[in-house]
Design a protein around this ligand. Structure first.
Ligand code: GSH
Length: 219
């Protein structure tokens, strides 16, 4: 049974690419582009009803939502020890971090809309860009504090909470200057040093969305 990841380079589907590599599963990667309408094709909408990336075909199922895919993979492949089941002392911390990754990611999505996806750049609101970048920066403060106490999202070590949050932190670097977050920078160095992260990066592909490394309203 083949495993197929529906993917956009540099998008949330990287979470799944990375987690699959941690589990030594190499999927067939089907790449999409937001701007060309391919996410709205009925064949893709049948797999992901809001036309969102990622969707994963695995074990004869099709699953959408990166958090749901992550939990499914952890539950069905417990031998890798990357999830925390009900009753585990780290269960609550695991769930909090899994979902906090989307608190960060939805702020990034708002900034992506402003900077990348508006058809007419003149419609971009400098006020909203500044406000959302400040809110994104504020959402990183608890992660910086957490990494002052421990090396990973969970005190016990690497888990799928890292593949979820790690992606959000990497993507935040497009809109927030990280010089004020040295612990997050050191954490990202540790994450990118993982062999599975390097393998996932090799499969990820060039971004077909971003034309700059950093986006900021001037003055
Ligand atoms: N909560 C969903 C969010 C999925 C999502 O919004 N993905 C973005 C890419 S990172 C997407 O497909 N955007 C396409 C669009 O907005 O049309 C998840 O974690 O899977």
């Amino acid at each position: 049974m083949s495993t197929v990841l529906h993917h956009i380079p540099g998008a949330r589907s990287f979470r799944i690419l990375w987690l699959l590599q941690e589990m030594q599963i190499t999927p067939t990667v089907k790449t999409y582009k937001i701007q060309d309408g391919s996410l709205r094709h009925p064949d893709f909408m049948a797999k992901s009803p809001a036309g969102r990336i990622p969707a994963l075909e695995i074990d004869g199922e099709v699953i959408y939502e990166s958090g749901a895919i992550t939990e499914y993979l952890c539950e069905t492949r417990p031998e890798f020890g990357l999830g925390r089941a009900p009753g585990d002392p780290e269960r609550i911390a695991f769930l909090e971090m899994m979902h906090y990754s989307e608190t960060i990611a939805h702020l990034i999505a708002g900034l992506n809309l402003q900077w990348i996806f508006l058809r007419n750049p003149a419609d971009r609101s400098e006020t909203v860009c500044k406000l959302e970048a400040r809110r994104l920066q504020a959402s990183l403060v608890p992660i910086e504090e957490l990494l002052g106490r421990q090396d990973h999202m969970l005190a016990s070590g690497f888990s799928a909470a890292d593949t979820m949050v790690g992606f959000s932190l990497t993507a935040s670097q497009r809109y927030v200057r990280f010089d004020r977050f040295p612990k997050i920078l050191a954490y990202l160095d540790r994450m990118t040093a993982r062999p599975a992260h390097a393998l996932a990066t090799a499969l990820d592909g060039e971004s077909n969305v971003f034309d700059k490394d950093f986006y900021e309203v001037e003055a």
